[in-house]
Design a binder for this molecule. Structure first.
Ligand code: GLA
Length: 338
């Protein structure tokens, strides 16, 4: 008998680079996802095929990561076996509509999805999210926070997940009628494992250590920070405040205030945290010029997607105009009221 799951990707509406700094974030699930099917393997190897990539990847049951996209599956299978959820090696098939390398959590969807397929009924999705994060941190070697795994494990269509990343408490908030969040790929590919994620994360941890606190979001005064860490602290503190303000705006269906926080978030990611690119800045600017209420780079940055708030506007015409000005950009999907 085979095991199956479907898991969505996510877009982060606001609250960037604060999920390992004790902050509050606001991701939402995408209508795109990955379908995963597992069957017992005929040998002692895990085998993975994908409808989107040619060939087959195989690894011995307890082998270390191979720097291959299938590592997310191998790592999750090893974790599921350690938990006692499955016994032997597996043959796994993936079929995904989530674009890879675009910052919309295709990898978190795979790790959470494999674990979800293996898990016995009644296991808390937060536990699955934490195990999936440990696969990325320990097996793959990317020191990511918990936002993506929590988002894809918990988020429901038409809702955003207001998540306190420290307490792992969350609230599912309905996206107001009439709001459309468009997810647009800039066409600039990014990779989390290329070291820049770790570099930024280490700078945040260094800043917190400098101030003698566990979480940078708890800083009261940044003036003691050396000049290279000051902008990092400035982004983290202000982004946490913006994220909370945006959540309050979402609750009262105040699109103007929400869009304002998105724009301020982008400016901070560009100027202080320095994870945007000139092409993405131009895409964000034009998205707003053409009538969006807010726009920002989303996910870890260095390329990937922007998320845009459209209200009282026809998305198709808006997108046709934006695409004409930025031919490399691609429409990924939209997220709106359920
Ligand atoms: C990646 C990480 C997340 C988070 C974002 C930036 O998506 O996986 O944990 O840190 O970057 O907000």
């Amino acid at each position: 008998m085979n095991l199956q799951s479907w898991t969505p990707g996510r877009v982060n509406l606001i609250g960037e680079w604060i999920d390992f700094n004790g902050g509050t974030v606001l991701p939402a699930s995408l209508p795109l996802g990955v379908e995963i099917t597992l069957d017992p393997s005929p040998d002692n190897f895990d085998h993975v095929t994908s409808a989107q990539f040619p060939g087959k990847a195989s690894a011995e049951r307890d082998a270390p990561a191979q720097k291959h996209w299938a590592d997310y599956v191998f790592g999750a299978l090893q974790t599921a076996r350690k938990q006692g959820w499955i016994k032997g090696a597996q043959t796994v098939r993936l079929d995904s509509t989530i674009p890879a390398g675009a910052g919309v959590s295709s990898s978190a969807a795979v790790t959470v999805g494999v674990l979800k397929a293996c898990v016995p009924n009644g296991v808390d999705p937060t536990r699955i999210a934490l195990l999936a994060q440990s696969v990325e941190n320990e097996f793959i070697g990317v020191p990511c926070g918990i936002m993506d795994q929590m988002a894809v494990a918990h988020a429901r269509p038409g809702e955003a997940l207001a998540l306190d990343t420290r307490a792992l408490k969350f609230e599912q908030l309905a996206i107001p009628e009439g709001w459309t969040f468009a997810v647009i790929n800039s066409g600039i590919e990014r990779k989390l494992a290329d070291g820049r994620y770790k570099e930024r994360r280490d700078a945040c941890l260094a800043a917190a250590k400098y101030l003698g606190i566990d979480y940078l979001c708890d800083a009261k005064d940044l003036s003691a920070l050396p000049s290279n860490l000051h902008p990092i602290g400035q982004h983290v503190l202000s982004e946490d405040a913006r994220s909370r303000a945006a959540i309050a705006a979402l609750r009262r269906s105040d699109a103007l205030a929400f869009g304002h926080q998105m724009l301020a978030s982008h400016a901070s990611l560009r100027k202080d945290f320095k994870v945007s690119t000139p092409e993405i800045d131009a895409l964000v600017d034009d998205a707003v010029q053409l009538g969006a209420w807010g726009a920002r780079i989303t996910g870890a940055g260095f390329g990937g997607c922007i998320v845009v708030l459209l209200v009282d506007i026809k998305p198709a015409q808006w997108w046709a105009d934006l695409h004409a000005a930025h031919p490399a950009s691609r429409w990924i999907c939209d997220v709106k009221a359920g």
